[in-house]
Write a protein that binds this ligand. Structure first.
Ligand code: NAD
Ligand code: ZN
Length: 360
């Protein structure tokens, strides 16, 4: 293991039941910057939930934009949102994302694109952003992706599905209120929750594993076991554990890497537009040859929670589709390097990748 990353962390973290009520107070000192208004991007699930919308600390001049999560965020969505707000109002004081990984990524990406000219397409990748973005905060309403702590904002562009990844992507503020995730539907709760389980597994089962990543990962795994194998979901402790597990699983990756499951998941996402977390579950379910006992444990969680992991999908896929997904996956050398070491090309070719897809 030789990694020597020098990473930035989230500047401020507020955690606790009811902490959403503190958001107004938290934003107050930020409001004098630029044109002095805040932009709230909010999952459109909440659009017809007036009790929730009333709690958003919107002041005169602020804007609320409801964001659909039917599709994962695209470069086009970010460019349009930025152009619209800049042309009408100028530069906001800050942007706040309230929702899941999709909406958090919209807030993170938009904060950067407010100050970096041109299309977000040209910034998909590592350290391509030239100027720091505006103040940005996120409030997760579903837990598992770790987008609240990561240094990337994943966008689907015309060519790549790839994040705007740099130190400035990391949030200035996160607010973790376990009350907010209570309403997540059961299947989605499981799929997104499993993202942190899989992050934690992948972080410590590869050549880049290290004590730092293990510390976060092992705690996140322990919390996932309580949430998905132990507690009743109605137990208040369950949402508290899952919210912190998401954070810990995210941090486990900060000083390690994702592996085989995420590489295959990117293929499913890019070619078939299958959303990240369910795509991970579809792939992880078939990776017993790589992740052994963890896959057995995953299947136990699936059985215990009675959730549906799609099966038999490959029957409907043409060779062309499988080739295209294998190409996307093969083109992620940092993941394969982590999974199998620098000589990964000796143990992995496109045929092996296609074999995994054919099992799904
Ligand atoms: P999501 O944001 O796509 O939302 C999933 C569903 O849950 C949506 O239908 C949404 O409306 C619903 N939902 C959210 N909160 C709810 C609530 N409180 N009650 C009821 N329904 C609620 O879900 P996700 O799984 O958190 O995020 C997936 C996205 O995150 C993908 O776009 C993926 O690329 C991205 N991602 C980013 C990172 C990162 O580090 N930036 C990491 C992993 C995944
Ligand atoms: Zn993930």
């Amino acid at each position: 293991m030789q990694l020597f990353r020098n990473f930035k962390s989230v500047t401020k973290t507020c955690y606790g039941r009811g902490s959403f009520g503190k958001l107004g107070e938290i934003l107050e000192p930020q409001r004098t910057a630029n044109e002095g208004f805040m932009v709230f991007v909010v999952d459109d699930y909440f659009e017809d939930k007036p009790d929730f919308v009333q709690r958003i600390p919107e002041q005169e001049g602020d804007e609320i934009h409801f964001i659909s999560t039917l599709e994962e965020p695209t470069t086009e969505l970010i460019d349009k949102l930025r152009d619209d707000i800049l042309s009408r109002r100028g530069l906001p004081a800050g942007i706040v994302g309230i929702g899941g990984g999709s909406v958090m990524d919209v807030a993170k990406a938009a904060s950067l694109m407010f100050t970096n000219a041109g299309s977000s397409v040209q910034y998909q990748g590592l350290n391509l952003i030239k100027e720091p973005g505006i103040y940005h905060a996120v409030v997760p309403t579903i837990s598992g992706t770790g987008a609240e702590v990561s240094m990337t904002a994943v966008l689907t562009g015309p060519v790549k599905k790839l994040g705007l990844k740099c130190d400035w992507t990391v949030c200035d503020q996160i607010l973790l209120d376990p009350d907010l995730i209570a309403t997540v539907p059961q299947d989605q709760w499981f799929y997104t929750g499993m993202d942190t389980y899989i992050h934690s597994v992948e972080a410590i089962t590869g050549t880049k594993k290290n004590t730092f990543a293990e510390a976060y990962s092992e705690k996140a795994l322990e919390m996932c076991r309580e949430v998905f194998l132990g507690l009743d979901r109605s137990d208040p402790k369950s949402d508290e554990l899952l919210m912190v597990a998401s954070y810990m699983g995210g941090l486990s990756l900060t000083y390690s890497e994702v592996g085989v499951c995420h590489a295959l998941s990117y293929g499913l996402g890019k070619v078939l537009h299958i959303h990240h977390c369910i795509a991970n579950c579809i792939a992880f379910d078939k990776l017993e040859d790589v992740y052994g006992a963890y896959v057995k444990e995953f299947k136990g969680m699936v059985a215990q929670r009675g959730v549906h992991i799609p099966q038999g999908l490959a029957k409907e896929w043409s060779e062309e589709t499988i080739n295209a997904m294998a190409e996307v996956a093969y083109d992620l050398p940092h993941m394969w390097d982590h999974a199998f070491g620098p000589d990964w090309r000796k143990v992995l070719d496109r045929e092996r990748i296609k074999g995994w897809y054919r099992r799904m």
